[in-house]
Design a binder for this molecule. Sequence first.
Ligand SMILES: *Cc1c(COP(=O)(O)O)cnc(C)c1O
Length: 417
Amino acid sequence: NMITLQQCEQWDQADELAGFKARFDLPPNTIYLDGNSLGAMPRHAMERAQQVIAQEWRTDLINSWNKAGWWTLPVRLGDQMSSLIGAGQGETIVSDSTSVNLFKVLAAAVNLQKERHPQKKVILAERDSFPTDLYIIEGFNAFFGKDYRLELIDEPADLKTAINDETAVVVLSHVNYRTGYLHDMQATNRLAHEHHALVIWDLCHSAGALPIELKASGSDFAIGCTYKYLNAGPGAPALLWVNPELLDKISQPLSGWWGHKHPFAMSPSYEAASGIERFLCGTQPIVSLSLVACGVDVFLQTDLQAVRRKSLALTDLFIRLVEQECAEFGLRLITPRDHHFRGSHVSFAHEQGYAVVQALIARGVIGDYREPEVMRFGITPLYLSFVDIWQAVQHLKAVLTDREWDKPAYKTRSKVT
Ligand SMILES: *Cc1c(COP(=O)(O)O)cnc(C)c1O
């Protein structure tokens, strides 16, 4: 039972999400498999950017803080995206970057644990975390948590034994940026809570990629990018969520004026806002922040369960086609086959991975490369079709068959891989 192009065309005809591709403005002759790194541009983002710059900035100037609601944008955007992450109203903000937000919630979590369980001195994370998460923990410990120890596990399965009565905080990526491994959020929260540990979830590779139930799964804290699967635009501010049961018990050290209870009282001393606003710091990049709504708007017209079904169908198809068409080239699948543990990208390791990805990009098939040897293909169901996956694998086969990757130009590393 070989998969054929005709079969892929039939799947496209039956695809309930096929219409969403028109909501994005993608360049011609491109199969974009990197929406997990920088999401595509929602079609109405151009018009919205024009409006923000021409009307809100040029014409309305300072009035826009009130008139256009610039000041309340971080909270309004958080509310707007709440159904995508299983949050309630008033529990999420969009502000700063994922790295900075991790610092804020880590400090809040450690501080709370210092009061509740002062003997707990371990912050637990995965060695294969996206590096910024580990660097932020290291930096935090060096300045504020000298008696805390960062412990790294090598396999998700190690969590079961690694979380113990010394664990203060667990920092995990919901979906691993390299392998695409998906953690069971609820089971992990339960395990951590049995040991009175708090969990910080990094949603960078799951927000907008699959349904998330932060509150129902009993999560404590979450952070994540909006510029990946949520299509908010390059460097757009990041989300930050706190379980409302913790909110009035915690504070965070980047106590800038946006997090003040009465910012325009201009008081000489800090008093934290009562709500999730206490996790704000300072003035936000409003043009970029304004565009976050465009990607979220598109998602609110979809059903995330349908997005997830198509994502799994497309990642299954990608894996099966690579095995069918490229079997002799020694590609090693490093993404879990089990749906329960798979996010929304597929990664194959190959010793010429970097050069292969460059040769694919030259053909208009845009994936990316992550050390060591990993070719990463992001699957975004709203703007990818089954035929796109078929064609992408045909290009991959051609690159490998004709050794197209074997050119000096494809082996020179750019700053961004
Ligand atoms: C992309 C990514 C980040 C990026 O953080 P920034 O602060 O936006 O640079 C952080 N964590 C994970 C898991 C990521 O995938």
